[in-house]
Design a protein around this ligand. Structure first.
Ligand code: CP
Ligand code: NVA
Length: 314
């Protein structure tokens, strides 16, 4: 069965970890998208590719999609996983956690409150560490999303993706991933909720190389003008629940509804990483409309992560 790997050559990722989107090179992202397509079309060819490999899934926050699609990904590639819930450093220092895990598993998938937790795990673990969402990034989501866009439109370059809502982890990863692939990216947030300035500066650098355009605004209508995809996420991310009443007021101008969708291209799709709060960042009518591809995104988390594991687990 090991010959299956030889029959399906897989580009290995040069970096040991995926803690930030930019740990992957542009070429590696392109390879990953191609491989995700192959995995999706012919899953049986990869059914034993990671036989004997194990993942540790560390979740400090709830998850449906990320946790289950990582569990399914590794199982469908012939490996298996174990899960730990709760604070990663609740009982001992991160450097000890990392040096335990590296003795048992070939990869660590971590969803944490703080980006620094994932970075410290990566620093101390020889097993690859994959960011399954932190306060700053959600790289696995962005990979599945650009795969979904490519599947829908055939070609990424020249598309415009508009993100309307909070300048959060999902927005950061999408911005970086879209721009490096030549997708124009516009983001509209209420005042005070703009994306992280350092990440915007990195994104500008990527845009200068790829030729894509970046627009950062507080006007949702401007952001969605000419967009092929309108994306939103919850106004209150996990860990910020105390701010939800205040945010509901401050984000009211940033709801994706039929009126806003009508300002995008006529063939525009609606995207959301899920879970969604209907009636807040998106209306029920939009998320249930024919324009909505949110469940394609959710499905593609599986295929994109299978490709990622094939490229990262050695
Ligand atoms: N989109 C996403 O990451 O969903 P979960 O929080 O359910 O993993
Ligand atoms: N921004 C959201 C994404 C959930 C998948 C959060 O961090 O809660």
């Amino acid at each position: 069965m090991a010959t299956l790997i030889a029959a399906q050559p897989v580009t290995q990722v040069a970096a040991t970890d995926l803690v930030r989107d930019l740990d992957l090179t542009d070429d590696e992202v392109q390879c990953l998208l191609d491989l995700a397509g192959k995995v999706k079309r012919t899953p049986a060819k990869f059914a034993r590719a990671l036989a004997g490999k194990y993942l540790a899934l560390l979740f400090e926050k709830p998850s449906l999609r990320t946790r289950l699609t990582f569990e399914l990904s590794i199982k469908q590639l012939g490996g298996d996983s174990v899960v730990s819930e709760g604070p990663v450093d609740g009982r001992e220092p991160l450097k000890d956690v990392a040096r335990n895990l590296e003795r048992w598993v070939q990869g660590i998938v971590a969803r944490t409150f703080s980006q620094s937790t994932i970075e410290e795990l990566a620093q101390w673990s020889s097993a690859p560490v994959i960011n399954a969402l932190s306060d700053l990034y959600h790289p696995c989501q962005a990979l599945a999303d650009v795969f979904t866009l490519r599947e829908r439109f055939g070609e990424l370059r020249g598309l415009k993706l508009a993100f309307v809502g909070d300048g959060n982890n999902v927005a950061h990863s999408l911005m970086l991933t879209a721009l490096r692939l030549g997708v124009d990216f516009a983001i509209s947030t209420p005042e005070g909720y703009a994306p992280n300035a350092e990440i915007v500066a990195q994104a500008e650098g990527l845009a200068a190389v790829s030729g894509a355009r970046l627009q950062v605004t507080h006007d949702p209508a401007k952001a969605v003008a000419g967009a092929s995809a309108v994306y939103t996420d919850v106004w209150t991310s996990m860990g910020k629940e105390k701010e939800s009443a205040k945010r509901r007021k401050q984000f009211a101008s940033h709801q994706v509804n039929g009126g806003l969708m009508a300002l995008a291209r006529h063939d525009a799709v609606f995207m959301h990483c899920l879970p969604a709060k209907r009636g807040e960042e998106v209306t029920d009518a939009v998320i249930e409309s024919g324009q909505s591809i949110v469940f394609d995104q959710a499905e593609n988390r599986l295929h994109a992560q299978k490709a990622l594991l094939l490229m990262m687990l050695r």
